[in-house]
Design a protein around this ligand. Sequence first.
Ligand SMILES: Cc1cc2nc3c(=O)[nH]c(=O)nc-3n(C[C@H](O)[C@H](O)[C@H](O)COP(=O)(O)OP(=O)(O)OC[C@H]3O[C@@H](n4cnc5c(N)ncnc54)[C@H](O)[C@@H]3O)c2cc1C
Length: 491
Amino acid sequence: MKVDGALALEFQKQLGAGKVLTKETEMACYAFDSSFLGQLTEYRPDAVVKPDSAGEVAAVMRLASRHRIPVTPRGAGTAQTGGAVPVRGGIVLDLSSLNRIIEVDTDNLQVLVEPGIVHADLNAHLARFGFFFPPDPGSSRMCTLGGMVSNNSSGMRAVKYGTTRQYVLGLEVVLPGGEIIWTGVKGSKALKTVSGYDLTQLMVGSEGTLGIITKIRLKILPMPEKRGLVLAAFDTLEKSGEAVISVFRNRLFPSAIEILDKTAIRAAMLYKPDIVLPQAEAALLFEVDGSPADVVYQAEKIAGVCGPLAGHVEWTDDPVKFGKLWQARQVVGAAAARVKPGVTRVYDGEDICVPITKVPQALRRIQEIGARHGLTIVTYGHIGDGNLHSAVMANLRDPAEVEHARQATDDIHRLALELGGTTTGEHGVGLTRAKYMEEEHGLALEVMRGIKKAFDPDNILNPGKMALETVAMGETASDKTAQDKTAVERE
Ligand SMILES: Cc1cc2nc3c(=O)[nH]c(=O)nc-3n(C[C@H](O)[C@H](O)[C@H](O)COP(=O)(O)OP(=O)(O)OC[C@H]3O[C@@H](n4cnc5c(N)ncnc54)[C@H](O)[C@@H]3O)c2cc1C
């Protein structure tokens, strides 16, 4: 059902007029996220509701459930899969006003926060106490904790510190009918529990399809005293892969291991000429952390292990030099479009994950996919856990190039599956990976559909995502949503 004027008034009565938006210009701002899909198609909501408490979220859900209105939760809209896009219209529930840090309890290694807090703001606050929440997405200054929990986000340090999942101790969740529950033992501050089904972990990565997260109890860690960095450049992709495996074999455990392929090296240097990297097929950046002595020990050893394989190795524990070397990795996402005038970065096929041993092969095959479709693809990423970011570059004003980009990103997803990996290591399924769900999960997808039904029998919460709806044979969930009447094809 649609949100008409009368229903919009009902929402306003519950929350106050300022918290319910209905103007067309406002709806346009909520019609996309950071995905390729968002660059091509708009899905406008009928209304946007901006609650600022769990009670208000519950009131919205009760009303939405009574009238069978689709509700799409949204944090900052930085996700790259169409997850926060309202493909069935209805309401977008903007959770950015629930942004309080409720409690910092360093003695019990935890914080209690609302989902709208931005990742970098939380870590800036925790730094005052000498603590941090380790997952570190590239979107740190924009994305919300609610989005991170819902997508099980991670980043460069996942190799040592794991993903968001490892830090979520409990959640307050508003169910589709408006009931409020706590997962992870109500009122508990325990760091471990085995009591009952683990609903916390079920909610993590559920992409807003099972409930609305309104509070998050998160584990935090003391900040390491020091960080160091090793840069190694290789004349073949295979040698860079060998170096990573040798580092682990030598019982070294870096906090991050990042790779830049030759196109990514070029992009970083074009973007910021003060970045000087060796000309190479691949560059690896190893970050190490710990006590000052430990950092020196690890950095020296990693440099020693890479030495026989690399054409160039250097390391530093000096914070200024560290910042200079690390910026090559930090800018590469934004820099990618510099490799060719007139192109835009296509956010699709951008976070496949393959076994570590298959990374060199994946990088080579991605370059071949680019050549086959006449497109430049810049690839970089977290080689330490096999998670690669491929930036396909295309002129979005050229329909033939857009079609090639679609095919290239499909080829990249299929390559991940062929190499024994997955289509998404950190960004999620949303709409763009829905069509691979059957292949990735087989019968387990039916179990997921059963779980969705148990939580949300009327399918009002973020409908059309993750292939959770039963669709006709041969039709994927993304095909189905593409036909949706709310879609406005952009010129
Ligand atoms: C430049 C850039 C760099 C990025 N780098 C990384 C990276 O390094 N690692 C990584 O993992 N991701 C990365 N991302 C992807 C994205 O930032 C993450 O997925 C992020 O966690 C999404 O947060 P958000 O607040 O923007 O969520 P949104 O995009 O608003 O929503 C994401 C999903 O969560 C759901 N959701 C949001 N809030 C709630 C809630 N409170 N309750 C229930 N469901 C909710 C939405 O419905 C949607 O399905 C990057 C994105 C960009 C643009």
